[in-house]
Design a protein around this ligand. Structure first.
Ligand code: SF4
Length: 79
């Protein structure tokens, strides 16, 4: 799978902290950035391919504007 899209990722301009918050943190600021990201769809698809049917606790970070909980739910709905 090509990762060429990563060169246009907005998160690369702000660093990973917002996208991988500490326990008790939230994804609000990350999701605001993702909402404006030109490669959001590629990012979400890459996360889905990488995570597969992983349990919620094995999913980390905001990808494509989606939280681990949301990605887990979407995976169940499309399975
Ligand atoms: S959609 Fe993906 S690549 Fe874009 S800012 Fe969000 S996490 Fe980064």
């Amino acid at each position: 799978m090509s990762h060429d899209w990563m060169s246009d990722a907005l998160c690369a301009q702000v660093g990973p902290d917002l996208f991988f918050p500490e326990k008790g943190g939230n994804y609000r600021q990350a999701q605001q950035i993702c909402a404006r990201c030109p490669v959001r769809q590629d990012c979400a698809q890459a996360a889905a391919a990488h995570e597969g049917t992983s349990h919620r606790h094995l999913r980390h970070g905001a990808w494509g504007g989606l939280t681990p909980t949301t990605r887990t739910r979407q995976n169940r709905e499309t399975a």
